[in-house]
Design a protein around this ligand. Sequence first.
Ligand code: ZN
Length: 170
Amino acid sequence: MSMTVTSRLAAASAGEDAGKTPPAPDAPPAPRSVPQALLRGAMGCCPACGARGMFPRYLKVTPACTTCGEELHHHRADDAPPYATIMVVGHIVVPLMVLVEELYRPPLGVHMALWLPLTLILCLALLPPLKGMLVNLQWALRMHGFDPASDEYEPLPAPESAPRPAAAQP
Ligand SMILES: [Zn+2]
């Protein structure tokens, strides 16, 4: 048992030394911490090295970490971040709305002036950290292409600014 753990750790460190080269298909995967990945994702940080800059734009995930080169384009967050955001914001706003209504019975205009902006602000503020957490969770669980040994793994596509090969001359 301990031999297995030792050999896994040795293989993991060997894989780190190899840089971006994917490990051999039969190499055991290096352990990835889910809590650490979630924490880093909530702060918009790379799951592998913790450097900031996962989102160069509001919700645009960088294809690869600019610090350590970890490929992040494998994520399939899709509509999970909005779904999670709606769940969280709903559980904040709806109880507050009911509480204020029960305590003060304000006019409908006051409700609208309170809850519409609060809902909008909370949604916009929570979308990036929740998306970061979901992307980093996929990384930590080696989902989709985050496992170089999986069939879904695709190497980072070349940047569009790279010079294209010249067309063959007749
Ligand atoms: Zn990184």
